[in-house]
Design a protein around this ligand. Sequence first.
Ligand code: GUN
Length: 289
Amino acid sequence: MSTIIDGKQISTDIKEEIRLQVEAMKNEGKRAPHIAIIIVGDDGASHTYVGGKIKACKAVGFDYTLMQFASTISEEKLLKHVDQLNGDEDIDGFIVQLPLPEHISVEKVTESISPDKDVDGFTNQNFGSITSKNPLLMPATPFGIMELIKRYEIETEGKNCVIVGASRLVGAPLALMMSNDARATVTLCHKYTEDLASHTRNADILVVAVGKPELVTKDMVKEGAVVIDVGTTRVKDESKKSGFRLSGDVAYDEVAPKASFITPVPGGVGPMTIASLMINTLQAAKQKY
Ligand code: GUN
């Protein structure tokens, strides 16, 4: 029997811990942490994710400012808004929701965020500080995965951790965290990896973050493995009211019986990204007090 990792519940627990800390701060006469969220264009999925972030801010008692811009905004104008937030004393942290329209450089925008306000943990400086003894703000999704592993007391030291997907936002920073903090032996696979299954079958802990629905099937997973699915691709599903459902990168129904622990989609890693964002924003605010 596999244990289903309940990211939704853990995220709720973390938000409650943060809410209590915010309440205590307010009782001491300090103001609540304040996050700003920039969203550009009208991508439906992005608006749904941002809606989830705002809901979390309300639940923990943060102040928030939502800044919405048309997809036609110039890169220069967007960078000006980022700069203004960097200098705004009342804002503890902010994020720029991705993806951005094609005429805007994601790297230019994320690198222009002041690292001490970069609560997504996207900047090169925060990426680099993962290996430091005193990291500043951790990349949110991998930080959330590490928190799940810790709270479920999953053994990692000396284990084979195979990560599929070497993105800058998830796979690459997670590889550093699993190697440094969790003392696992890490294999980082990507689209150039030959014979992917020969690697995944070796995994005690398998993390998949590529955005390819049901890429990982049961023949690719070792009996008793811990399986963490970061994929959230919207696929058409006429039976749903919204007309779509979220699909993970793991063929859940056939892989779950083989796994010792497994994250569902939705309700696994997704809510943890938001919980990490709340942790980072609280930390950014505390650094100023
Ligand atoms: N787009 C998809 N996930 C994320 C995230 O965690 N942060 C931001 N800023 N954009 C995203």
